[in-house]
Design a protein around this ligand. Structure first.
Ligand code: CUA
Length: 410
C-alpha cells in the first residue's frame, strides 16, 4: 500500500526522485536502487533464517520436562568470520557506486564538456586540473542560484543576466536541453537548499559560503523544484521551476530577458494609474522594472513578471489549473505545461499584493498572508503617506490598477 504512493501512474508526482530526467538524477536514482536491492537480499536472508528458527525450534508436546534454559553454545569461528566478511562485502558493494556517484555529481564531468577527450572517471581536460577548470568556465553554462527568504534569484553571469546589471530572474530559470549546467549556490540570509527531484539535488545554499552542483536535462519541459532546508515561516512556500528548452529557444529567451519593459499603452488608463501607484506606494523601493524604474534590487525583478508561470516564490501558479491537468493527462507527463493564463495571473497578483501586511480584513477578522512573514509585509516601514498602521490596506480599485500595470510587463 505504501509503495503504491510512489507510483508514477497518478500524475500528481511532479517532484519524484523515482522519475529521473537527466544524468545526475539518474545516477542518484541508481545508487538508491543498488542500496534497495542489497537491503532486500539482506531482509530475505535474515527474515528467512528467523522464520526457519521459529518453526524448527518451536515448542512441542513433551517439552515441559526439559530445562527452561538451554545450554549456551560458545562461538563458531566459521560463522563469525563468515558474517564479518559478508558485512564488509555488503558495505563495499554499497560504497563503490556511492563514491563514484558523489564524484560524478560533484563537478561537471569531462564527457559533458565539448573539448574534453578524456575519461569519465577523473575530470581531466588536456591532462591538468587547471585546464579542466578553465574549460568548465568557458564551456559550461553557469547559473547562480541565490537563496532569499522566501524565493530564489537566478543569474547568468556569463550572459550578463545579473542583479547588478538589473536583469535577474526570480524563481523560474531556463536552461537548454542536453547541456551541462553548473549551478553556483549562495544565500543572502539563512540556509536554504536547492532541489529539483527529477534533475538533481539537494545541495544547501549557505550564507558566507559557495556551494555548487551541476545538472543536465535530457527532455524539454517544466520541472518543479523546492527549497529543502527549513528556513523560516514560509519555507514550505519557497518553490522554484526549471524550464528546459531547445538551444535556439534558449538564445531567444536570454534576449527577451535583457530587453526592457515596453511602455504602458497610453490607452490603458488603469495600468497608467497602477504604474503611478507602484512608484507612490513604495513598491519601487525594492522591485526593479527595467525601462520604468531602476532603484529596487532587493526584491524579485518584475520587468517580465507577466511572462512567468508562477508568482510569490513560485507558490502561486499563473496557469489555468484545469487546462494544465488536462494537458498532463493527455501527454502522460507532468513536464508538459500550458502558457500563462492572464485571468489567473491577475487574480494571483491581487491576492498576493492584497494579502501582504494586512492583518485584518474589512470585517475585522484576521487574514492569512499568501506567504506568512514575507518582506512585502513591511512596506509600511517606508512610512509612505496613506500606508500607516491604521490605513495600510490597498483599496480594491488600487489593487486592480496595480495588477493591470503588472500584467503589461511581459
Ligand atoms: Cu528556503 Cu526553506
Amino acid at each position: 500500500m505504501i509503495m503504491v504512493g510512489c507510483s508514477k501512474a497518478d500524475l500528481t508526482v511532479r517532484q519524484s526522485t523515482l522519475d529521473p530526467k537527466g544524468p545526475v538524477a539518474q545516477t542518484q536514482f541508481d545508487v538508491f536502487m543498488a542500496t534497495v536491492w542489497l537491503v532486500v537480499v539482506l531482509f530475505v536472508l535474515v527474515g528467512g533464517l528467523l522464520v526457519f528458527a521459529v518453526i524448527k525450534f518451536r515448542s512441542r508436546p513433551g517439552d515441559e520436562n526439559k530445562p527452561a534454559i538451554v545450554e549456551e553454545g560458545h562461538g563458531n569461528p566459521l560463522i563469525e568470520i563468515g558474517l564479518i566478511t559478508a558485512s564488509i562485502g555488503a558495505l563495499v558493494i554499497i560504497a563503490i557506486p556511492t563514491l563514484s556517484a558523489i564524484w560524478y555529481t560533484d563537478e561537471v564531468p569531462a564527457e559533458a564538456i565539448p573539448t574534453s577527450k578524456l575519461s569519465a572517471w577523473y575530470p581531466r581536460v588536456e591532462g591538468t586540473r587547471e585546464n579542466y577548470a578553465k574549460a568548465v568556465e568557458e564551456q559550461v553554462l553557469e547559473v547562480d542560484a541565490i537563496g532569499k527568504q522566501w524565493w530564489f534569484r537566478f543569474e547568468y553571469p556569463q550572459l550578463g543576466l545579473t542583479n547588478d546589471a538589473k536583469h535577474s530572474v526570480p524563481n523560474e530559470f531556463v536552461i537548454p536541453k542536453g547541456k551541462a549546467v553548473r549551478i553556483n549556490l549562495r544565500s543572502e540570509d539563512v540556509i536554504h537548499s536547492f532541489w529539483v527531484p527529477k534533475l538533481a539535488g539537494k545541495v544547501d545554499l549557505m550564507p558566507g559560503r559557495k556551494n555548487h552542483l551541476w545538472l543536465q536535462a535530457d527532455q524539454t519541459g517544466h520541472y518543479y523544484g523546492q527549497c529543502a532546508e527549513f528556513c523560516g515561516d514560509s519555507h514550505a512556500y519557497m518553490l522554484f521551476r526549471v524550464t528546459v528548452v531547445e538551444p535556439a529557444e534558449f538564445a531567444k529567451w536570454v534576449q527577451a530577458q535583457k530587453a526592457d519593459a515596453a511602455p504602458v499603452p497610453a490607452a490603458n488608463i488603469k495600468a497608467e494609474k497602477g504604474k503611478a501607484l507602484f512608484a507612490a506606494k513604495s513598491c519601487v523601493m525594492c522591485h526593479n522594472v527595467g525601462g520604468h524604474f531602476g532603484a529596487g534590487a532587493f526584491a524579485p525583478d518584475l520587468t517580465h513578471v507577466a511572462s512567468r508561470k508562477t508568482l510569490a516564490g513560485a507558490w502561486l501558479d499563473n496557469r489555468n489549473k484545469d487546462a494544465q491537468r488536462a494537458l498532463e493527462l493527455k501527454t502522460g507527463n507532468t513536464e508538459a505545461s500550458v502558457e500563462v493564463d492572464p485571468a489567473t495571473l491577475k487574480a494571483n497578483l491581487i491576492k498576493w499584493i492584497g494579502s501582504s501586511g494586512v492583518a485584518k480584513d474589512a470585517a475585522g477578522k484576521p487574514t492569512k498572508d499568501v506567504k506568512p512573514g514575507n518582506r512585502m509585509h513591511y512596506y509600511k516601514m517606508f512610512n509612505v503617506a496613506g500606508l500607516n498602521e491604521t490605513n495600510q490596506k490597498f483599496t480594491d480599485e488600487e489593487l486592480d490598477c496595480l495588477a493591470e500595470y503588472l500584467l503589461t510587463l511581459k
